[in-house]
Design a protein around this ligand. Structure first.
Ligand SMILES: N[C@@H](CCC(=O)N[C@@H](CS)C(=O)NCC(=O)O)C(=O)O
Length: 262
């Protein structure tokens, strides 16, 4: 029996669901409402002491950290392999996922909260919003969350986060010069890991950053026509949230563009 604690719109959840779908693993779904702060609730933090999704329960083991969950799935379910047998290609995959964990995921958090759910959070009673910020166990992340909710795109963290993403897109564009996929001959762990982050930029109306890079654009089109994309990502979208992200992204695009050229 496999169970997944996750959120429909969360990048880390999307990347795990992509691997579960590629491997044909069915799971019992437990959705965690991140805006309401369910990730900080007593029952959930017993599973995931970092107060984040996703958490996978498989064969009795409780597994956290999305990159490591995906590696676990590759080990435990070797059918439909998503990691090349070639050691150098395995290294290349892990270089992407390491970078994602170290810089891309935190940068995406800054960009997302500065643009997307910020208005919803500002509408919450101040004590609810503050309690949810205070509950974030990592002090760096907690400070960044407070800063972007207070200052939006003008938060000091925003411009640096944007440049992390631009550099990522540039490096993906270069890497895709030598093949259709990022770490081997077929859709693999690096593609599953990176798709949600490119998608998030697209959903926040930063589409020109993708369209201006033809190989990246081709890769994005290749991934988003896959059946597993529909199952693992699109089917979990909530239309009002998609519309809200796009509208807020469009409203912020002028400011984002000037930071890109600064
Ligand atoms: N390193 C963790 C990061 C997980 C993470 O940041 N998850 C986000 C959603 S993508 C989350 O649960 N955020 C809740 C919050 O920020 O309060 C992983 O890869 O699993």
């Amino acid at each position: 029996m496999t169970e997944l604690y996750h959120a429909g719109f969360s990048t880390c959840s999307q990347k795990v669901r992509l691997v579960l779908a590629q491997k044909g693993i069915h799971f019992e779904s437990h959705e965690i409402d991140l805006i309401a702060g369910e990730q900080h609730g007593e029952p959930y933090v017993k599973l995931n002491p970092n107060h984040v999704v996703p958490t996978l329960i498989d064969r009795g083991a409780v597994l956290i950290e999305s990159t490591l969950i995906n590696e676990y799935l590759e080990d435990a379910y070797p059918e439909n392999p998503m990691l090349s047998a070639d050691p150098a290609e395995r290294h290349a995959t892990r270089l992407w996922t390491k970078r994602l964990d170290q810089t891309v995921h935190p940068a995406t958090g800054v960009i997302t909260f500065a643009i997307g759910p910020r208005a919803m959070l500002l509408e919450q009673p101040a004590e609810v919003r503050e309690a949810n910020i205070q509950a974030i166990p990592d002090p760096v992340r907690r400070a960044a969350r407070r800063s972007v909710i207070d200052h939006g795109v003008q938060a000091p963290e925003f411009a640096g986060a944007l440049h992390v993403m631009v550099k990522l897109l540039d490096d993906m564009e270069d890497a895709l010069g030598s093949g259709d996929w990022l770490s081997g001959p077929a859709f693999g762990l690096a593609d599953a890991a990176l798709l949600p982050y490119v998608l998030r930029l697209d959903q926040m109306a930063m589409t020109p950053l993708i369209e201006s890079r033809p190989r990246l654009c081709g890769w994005y089109e290749r991934v988003t026509v896959l059946e597993i994309y529909r199952i693992a990502v699109e089917d979990w979208f909530l239309e009002p949230i998609v519309e809200m992200f796009r509208a807020r992204g469009e409203a912020a695009w002028g400011e984002v563009e000037s930071l890109l050229h600064a």
